[in-house]
Each structure stands twice: as structure tokens, then as C-alpha cells.
Design a protein around this ligand. Sequence first.
Ligand SMILES: *[C@@H]1O[C@H](CO)[C@@H](O)[C@H](O)[C@H]1NC(C)=O
Ligand SMILES: *[C@@H]1O[C@H](CO)[C@@H](O)[C@H](O)[C@H]1NC(C)=O
Ligand SMILES: *[C@@H]1O[C@H](CO)[C@@H](O)[C@H](O)[C@H]1NC(C)=O
Ligand SMILES: *[C@@H]1O[C@H](CO)[C@@H](O)[C@H](O)[C@H]1NC(C)=O
Ligand SMILES: *[C@@H]1O[C@H](CO)[C@@H](O)[C@H](O)[C@H]1NC(C)=O
Ligand SMILES: *[C@@H]1O[C@H](CO)[C@@H](O)[C@H](O)[C@H]1NC(C)=O
Length: 592
Amino acid sequence: MDYSLLLLIFTSAVFEKTWCLNTTESTTSTPNYSISATFSSLYTTVTVPSLVCENKGILQDGICICPDDWTGTTCNIQNFCPEQKPSHTSKFTFPKTVLGQFASSVERCPPETTNAGMHQASALCNIATHSFDSPNILNCSLTLDAINAWVSGATPEQKQNLASSTQILTSIPERLTPHNITNAAQITNILLSDQQTTQTTDIAISAVATISQLLNASHEMYSSVDHTAISELTQTLQKLSLREKPNPLLVQPKMAVQSLKGQTPIRQVQLTSFKGLNDNFLPDRIKLHITEAEVSKHIVDLQMNVTFSEDFDKDIGFVLYDNDQFFQSKSFKPSLDTKRRVISANLQENSGIDQVQFAVTPSADSTMSLNDFACVFWSYDKQDWITDGCTKNKSPSGHVVCSCKKLKNANFAILMAFDINYQYSEALHWISITGCALSVVGLSVTALYQIITRKSRGGTPTLLVVNICLSMTVFYLLFIFGINNPVQHVNGTKMSGENIVPESDHHKYSDQGPCTAFTALLQYFLLLTFTWNTLYGINVFLLFKNSVSGTPPWFPQVAMAVGWGLPAVIVGISLGSTYRVEEPLGYRQEEL
Ligand SMILES: *[C@@H]1O[C@H](CO)[C@@H](O)[C@H](O)[C@H]1NC(C)=O
Ligand SMILES: *[C@@H]1O[C@H](CO)[C@@H](O)[C@H](O)[C@H]1NC(C)=O
Ligand SMILES: *[C@@H]1O[C@H](CO)[C@@H](O)[C@H](O)[C@H]1NC(C)=O
Ligand SMILES: *[C@@H]1O[C@H](CO)[C@@H](O)[C@H](O)[C@H]1NC(C)=O
Ligand SMILES: *[C@@H]1O[C@H](CO)[C@@H](O)[C@H](O)[C@H]1NC(C)=O
Ligand SMILES: *[C@@H]1O[C@H](CO)[C@@H](O)[C@H](O)[C@H]1NC(C)=O
């Protein structure tokens, strides 16, 4: 038996473990991404003496970013209603809740009822008193279907009750089905369409809270929600934003309605949403300005400037959506876990906006960087995003800014496509190269030795060993010269000048060839070493079995066919089933 060969394979394997795979190992662990964010937030630089943030606030650019339940310059002002225990006025327990939001009772509907496990009551945390208003109680046998059938003909008092029941019934986002969402959208649409339902009524507050909860339902649910119901609802919300006076309670975590009563003639209004630690809208983080000065001491998360060509003295309304669940596009199909905020700007009557400018910070995490974006608004006719009349800019400070001309009452958004920040492996270290090169030399020497001394051994064993050595040698050479991806996508924005709707929020590069070719060859030659080692084993087995006659005469031909053919078939199947030119990462990785 050929012990020298086994020893060589063993040492090669050890070499491979210790030296060659160093590069591979270091990249399979979670990489520590360094983010080259070309722009991360829109902030106004202010020089503030260094602050100490309390209550888990985080200092960013000299400003404290507070969690939802605290506010103030150093997050020292309480922004919540403390927990409420049952008392003689109410038999429900409500947990600590942020000001202006609804708390759901700890008490649940009993198991024998239709809504078993649903919160039994809700209460609004009063902004002025920092305590809960009187609770709304749910009839545990009421369903959204029943409310939907009943709501159009209900009296104002009943409507109030139905509005708060709908709010409670939609308060657990995980429980919402597409049917529930459609129902709730229809109910809130009916409640808000009523001209009597002005912004200040409790009905409007409960309805807006309900819609905010619907926006928090999972993305999958929205694919089968009734689009007509949703589009009617968004249009009703636009009208609501123009009705009556501003109300801080219409700022709910996932959606907000803001209005400016027209009195003095203005040329510009500016809507700004400031950044908080949690990704929710809060009354004290959303501001409407008619002058420029006030935006300071905060980091801006979203901003819209509406400018008029002539003095404007009518009402203006804004609707903010935390995500685009209500605007399911056919042409833009997101695949990453990013979200798009939607801002709707509305004017009374036939007055037209001269220009809107808006900017939002991207929601993707630090493992991604912006590749390109498009400035769009929603077309109710096409049920899709369109770009007509909008242009995109990148301001010198690096923000993305959109401007759209001569539009009225539209829902705007910025669609962004991201790149993954790949962490390419470093070039092989000299130790790895030396290790692999020694293996190549060893394998070549073995092969030569086998060929020279083949007479003493016979053709078949020589054939097998030489093939093993050959395939391993080629594998090592491929590894040394081909392991680093020659076509690296360096991070950074590669903005195109055109404002066109991207296909997805994940920008994919189509394949440029070399990396895939090397991968296929590496796979082929690694499989070759396996098959030839297996054939070597079969040869030994046959020798033991037919110790007199030796291996059958057909064995070398079959071995050649199987040894070189089978790996090719496997590589072909792998490539055929996973590789697409526009999506090469089904077959290979990007980093190596
Ligand atoms: C990433 O880097 C930071 C600072 O350089 C370090 O504190 C952290 O532990 C690193 N994380 C990983 C996963 O290596
Ligand atoms: C609850 O609703 C059901 C059906 O909708 C009704 O029959 C029942 O009387 C209601 N219960 C109360 C306490 O209002
Ligand atoms: C939600 O929808 C499901 C069916 O999809 C239904 O069984 C359930 O009663 C609905 N929930 C409410 C609160 O109406
Ligand atoms: C949204 O839903 C998630 C879980 O689905 C929950 O943790 C979160 O508190 C919800 N946000 C709001 C504002 O209700
Ligand atoms: C809005 O206008 C202000 C000043 O007029 C400017 O600083 C800000 O960048 C503008 N924001 C957007 C989104 O265009
Ligand atoms: C890999 O080699 C580099 C030197 O090239 C060394 O700094 C690193 O610690 C090694 N990593 C592992 C996982 O052995």
C-alpha cells in the first residue's frame, strides 16, 4: 500500500486547516461592518455644550435622542401616564403608556367569548393630566364584521362606542388577518367620512389610533387586503386633515394627521418630524412651522417644505404614514426589511402648490448603504407610484432631497434601493500562500514519482494517484489565484440622474463572470478530489476481493469516465438550478 500518499493527503489536509482556511474562517464569523453612510440623518449642526442624557437617552451630535416615555433636552421630563391599578372609578389595570396614546387593559375577554384573549378595555393617556381618561369597554362578543354591518346606520353615541371597540379589536397586530384589516379600514372610513366627525371628536381620535394599529400589522397581511377599501380610506384621511383645527391626539405611533388653519398669508410651510430612540411618531416630535428658524436642537428624521408662488391663506393638512403598507405598488417590490414613510400634503379647494420639497432618512440598518432613490407620489388611477413632475437632488451636505412641482393633494414618498455592505476578505497572507504552495509542490513531486515508477506498480494505481494529485494541485492553484473576488462592489452611492422607480429596495448587480467561473472550477476540482479518492478506495476493495485476478480490465476506462464526468454533472446541476446572470448570489457568495 502506498503510505507515502496517505501521509501526503493527511499533511495537505492539515495544511489546509491551519493555513489556507484562515481567510475563510475569518469571514464566516459575523463581520464587524464599518458603515460608510454617505448620509445618515438630516441634522442642523448646533454647538451645544456636552449634555448628559438621562433615562437611557442617547447623545448624538450634541443632542439627546430620547426614548418615547421621556422628553426634554436631557430626557428628564416625564412623557407617560404611570400604571393605573383598579380603583372605585375603574375596575381595569392599565400599564404605563406614552402621553396621547391608548393603553390596553391587562384584563382580557374570558375564554368562552368570541373575542377570547382580547383586551377588555382601552383608555387614552391624557396629555394634560398625565393620567388615564375613563376607559372604553369592549363587548366581548362583538366582531369587526358586526360593527361593519352596523356602523353606517348608527347614532353619534353608538358611533363613538363602535369607534373605540374597533380600536380595541385591532390592538393586537399579530392577530390581524387581511379580512380584519379590510373590515377595520371600511369602518374607519365610514366613521371619518361623516362631515360631523371633525378632528377633535373622540371618534376621530379612536379611528386614527385604529389606523395606526393597522399600519403595524405584518407586511404579508397586506397582499390580500381589499385595495379599494384602503384607497378610499387614505383619501378620506386627506380630507380629514383639512377639517377643523390641529389636534395633538391625532399623532399616533404609526400615523399622524397635522393641520394648519389658514389665517395669515404665507409663502411656505415646513413639516418636520424629529428623531426619537423608538421609531414612532409623537406629538412633541412633530412640528409645523411657517418660519424657518425653529428647527434646532433636534435631529430631523423627515421634513417637507411646501412653497407657494403667491400668498396662501387657506387650510393646509398633512398626513404622515410610518410605512407604505397602504400603498402596495405593482412595480416596486421590496425584498429587504426596509420601510418607506409616506407624506401626504393637502390644500383646501382648488389652490395649487407651487413646489413641495421633502426628505426622509433611510430606514435601513448599518449593514446596507443607499444605492439609488426615486421621488414619487401615488397615482390613485394607476394604483402605483409615479414620478411625473418630480426631480431628485442630493444636497451638498449629502441628504437626499426630492422636489415635485405643481401638484395638489398627493401622497409622496422616496423609494430607496440599498446595497449590502459586503466585507470582502483580505488578500491571502504570505503564510497561506506558502502553505498552499508547499502542498502544490508536494503533490507535483508525488505525481511525478508515481509516473516515473509506474512499471513497478501497474497502470491502474498510478492512474488513480496521479488524478488525485492533479485535481488537488489545480484546486490549490485556483484557491491561491482566485479566492478574492476580482469584481468588488465598493460601497457608496452610485446615484443615477434619472428619477425612475426602482424595481426593489435591494439593488442587485448582475454577474460579471470571473468570480462565478472560479467558483464553478473550485467546486469541480474539489469534487474531483473526492471522486478520485472514492475510486481509489473502490480499487483497493476490488483488489482485496479478487486478490488473484486483480482489478477487472474495464476499471481504468470506467474510472476515467466517472472520475472526470460525475463532478461535471454535479456542477452542471448546481449551476443550472441556482445560478441566474441577474442574481449570481444564488450560486456563489460575494465576499469570496
Ligand atoms: C465591532 O467593533 C467594536 C468597536 O470597534 C467592538 O466593540 C465590537 O465588539 C466589534 N464587534 C464584533 C462583532 O466584532
Ligand atoms: C354584546 O353584543 C351582543 C351581540 O352583538 C349583544 O347581543 C349583547 O347584548 C351585547 N352585550 C352588552 C352587554 O351590550
Ligand atoms: C378577524 O378575522 C377572522 C377571520 O379572518 C375572524 O375569525 C375573526 O373573528 C376576526 N376578528 C375580529 C375581531 O373580528
Ligand atoms: C407594533 O407591533 C410590534 C409587534 O408586532 C410591537 O412590539 C410594537 O409595540 C407595536 N408598535 C406599536 C406602536 O403599537
Ligand atoms: C426646507 O427649507 C429649509 C429652509 O428654507 C431648508 O433648510 C431645508 O433643507 C428644506 N428641507 C427640505 C427637505 O427641502
Ligand atoms: C488569519 O491570519 C491573519 C494574518 O494574515 C491573522 O491576523 C489572523 O488572526 C488569522 N485568523 C485566524 C482566524 O486564524
